[in-house]
Write a protein that binds this ligand. Structure first.
Ligand code: AMP
Length: 467
């Protein structure tokens, strides 16, 4: 922190960090946030993305790896932003680093010293890729409340060891893998960027008691399980956590069978500093297909008239609590639309059962309206996932001249398996009402995803080139 203050960086100043996943990214985040705000960026961004993000965030400096040939440093130079090079040393403990200045920052920090609870600790972007992403500032208070909320569900102890495979430029990894471990006094091994082919090697080496990931990673891990039975046999996993996208129930069942431990699904978002609800661990009941009861965040459902909805009535999920951010940076218009009477509108649809368990049914923007019929695409995803030849699948809205919208689906088949478009449609037709059967089924080698592994349903038809 003192090193940053000497370089003119203090509380409230943003520092972009562009590093590959691993222990140095974790320690850079923790040490910089102690006295400034961290804006971690995906090292895989292209030039235009760095230009947009670095200008948007008005960062005071950019931290990159020493001798990094990435474009982040070049873009920073062209934008006249000082670059700080991070040098690690394999002989030192994991996470050790030294900072080198490429160009010395002269002016002293306006506000030096340790960050206060209300100071910004982290600046992230919304995960939307279709419109200009909004900046989400999160305070230390937001992050600490959120990490405590995760710990209240997981009950980590000093003997626990988490294997972090989530990107540490996303809220999920930062809070529900890194910060929760620190708050609990537990251990965390920060793996390099996710690679399903290497997962079981890391798993054997670290011997984790738990890990958290997005469904796409769980699916990739499951897909390689057959070649790694010996490693799986040594597992000491207490549980597996999933968050950040809907977890198909077949994946939950297969993971539970593989690792012989409970799989708990949580629901979270960047604006809530991650966790909103989470299924509890045994002996409490986890309900597959739900995202569990509120886990430290207040949850309500609003109907079309913006009144509180009854149990089982689908509406927009709204949230409030000390982990929820105060508003998007410099965006009065977005904030006016995002909050209602102190509640933040998630843009997600769902319902609460009388026992308090929340089910997410989709996003309001994703809803497919086919000839007046409203269809939650997730329902179709679940059926597609149940097909024995389907590895991954996603349903989406396609424009239709007659019905307004039609349903499309893109499917990734399991290795060595076959299925025709006709067979898949038949399979869905056997399980769902006719109006929910996709009009088109496309086969691809992989699903189009954002950098953090999310499926972006909106605009998928265009992305797949079928418009
Ligand atoms: P992010 O801000 O990248 O964490 O994305 C947050 C969004 O991911 C939420 O608003 C939801 O739309 C979605 N999401 C997160 N967790 C789940 C879940 N368990 N089931 C369905 N959608 C989820």
């Amino acid at each position: 922190m003192r090193e940053l203050n000497d370089r003119g960086i203090g509380r409230g100043d943003r520092v972009a960090v562009v590093l590959p996943n691993g222990p140095e990214l974790a320690t850079a985040f923790l040490s910089i946030a102690a006295g400034a705000s961290v804006a971690p960026l995906n090292p895989a961004f292209r030039r235009e993305e760095f230009e947009t993000y670095l200008s948007d965030l008005a960062v005071k400096a950019v931290v990159v790896e020493k001798a990094d040939s990435s474009i982040a440093a070049t873009v920073a130079e062209t934008l006249n932003i000082p670059v700080l090079e991070l040098e690690s040393d394999m002989r030192q403990p994991a996470g050790w680093f030294r900072i080198h200045d490429i160009r010395q920052l002269k002016s002293p920090a306006r506000r030096g010293g340790l960050s206060e609870p209300a100071d910004e600790a982290l600046a992230l972007h919304t995960s939307g890729t279709t419109s200009h992403p909004k900046v989400v500032p999160l305070s230390h208070q937001n992050l600490v409340h959120s990490a405590n909320n995760v710990q209240a569900v997981l009950h980590l102890c000093p003997d626990d060891l988490g294997l972090n495979i989530m990107p540490l430029f996303h809220i999920h990894g930062l809070v529900a893998s890194l910060l929760v471990s620190i708050i609990a006094g537990a251990q965390v091994v920060c793996a390099p960027p996710f690679d399903a082919l290497k997962f079981y090697r890391w798993f054997a080496e670290a011997r984790p008691t738990w890990y958290t990931a997005v469904p796409a990673m769980h699916q990739a891990i499951l897909a390689r399980a057959a070649h790694n039975h010996a490693v799986v046999g040594t597992s000491r996993l207490r549980f597996v956590r999933s968050c950040s996208a809907a977890l198909p129930s077949t994946v939950t069942h297969n993971l539970e069978r593989l690792f012989n431990c409970p799989v708990i699904e949580a629901y979270g978002m960047t604006e809530a500093a991650h966790q909103i609800s989470c299924n509890p661990l045994p002996p409490m009941q986890r309900k597959i297909g739900t995202v569990g009861p509120p886990a430290g965040t207040e949850i309500a459902i609003l109907d079309d008239q913006q009144r509180f909805a009854d149990h089982h009535q689908v509406g927009e999920i709204v949230i409030r609590g000390p982990n929820v951010f105060a508003g998007y940076a410099d965006n009065r218009e977005a904030n006016a639309a995002a909050f209602i009477d102190g509640w933040f509108r998630t843009g997600d649809l769902g319902f609460l059962a009388p026992d308090g368990y929340l089910t997410v049914t989709g996003r309001s923007k994703e809803l497919i309206i086919r000839g007046g019929e409203k269809i939650a695409p997730r329902e179709i995803d679940d059926v597609l996932h149940a097909h024995p030849a389907v590895d991954q699948a996603v349903a989406f809205s396609m424009p239709s001249p007659t019905l307004g919208e039609e349903i499309g689906a893109v499917v990734v088949l399991k290795e060595g398996m076959r299925a025709s478009e006709h067979e898949i449609k038949e399979f869905v037709a056997e399980r769902l009402a006719k109006f929910k059967v996709p009009q088109r089924v496309l086969f691809r080698d992989r699903l189009p995803r954002t950098a953090t592994g999310k499926l972006q349903r909106v605009g998928l038809a265009e992305k797949l080139g079928i418009l």
